[in-house]
Design a protein around this ligand. Sequence first.
Ligand code: AMP
Length: 235
Amino acid sequence: MARASGLAMRMVLFGPSGAGKGTQAQMLKDQLGVVHIASGDLFRNHLRLGTPLGRQISEYVNQGLLVPDEVTIDIVLDKVMPLMSAAGFILDGFPRNTHQAEVLEAKLVGEARGLDKVVAIDVAEDVLVGRLGSRYTCRQCQAPHAVAPGEKAPVCSQCGGVLYQRPDDAPAAVQRRFQVYQQETLPVLEFYRKRGLLAEVSGVGTVEEVYGRVTAALGLGPAGRPSAKPSPKPR
Ligand code: AMP
């Protein structure tokens, strides 16, 4: 897909599991040419490859618990910090507690490239439960797909890879992830609200409708360009 503007925005997409962060991040990445860094995808790659780190984190991920900060912060910052200072990025799934938010802020502000915006996607819990129950994920590229109950999971629409149901999308793990989100992750909203970085949008509706709200919250026009601002009136 075309990289429209090359706008170097640095942003966090925030929200509970199933809110659609991954889908929206992929669309923003295609439109803006920014780098998409999803902490969950990084972890699942280690699980898939059976690395020592994968073995260390598998219980946390499969049960829907947060991976300890000392592992998580390193794995994400290892992707963010080498980016050129002019590069834009989307963080998806990180930060998930205030300590992660503080460390990220200290690192980015230390290099004069703090976040431009945090967009929180809000969806009611009963809707999320339904979405996660029918979610199949590509083993290869991690793209999420909705598959109706009883329907055979097709192959991945993005890369033709095999689809599977994530163990942490099973009902018990989903409940645990919601609890963790309420207790540990929601306070991160306040952290960013206080800094004037937060925009909240509804995640209900079609993918395109939600995308319209996300881009509006980022101050982008339909093609990912900054919205035209009226020129100041001459005095
Ligand atoms: P996600 O794909 O974002 O739903 O993440 C899947 C799982 O990866 C989570 O349930 C956690 O076990 C782990 N994980 C992802 N991001 C983080 C994070 N920022 N902090 C701790 N654990 C994380």
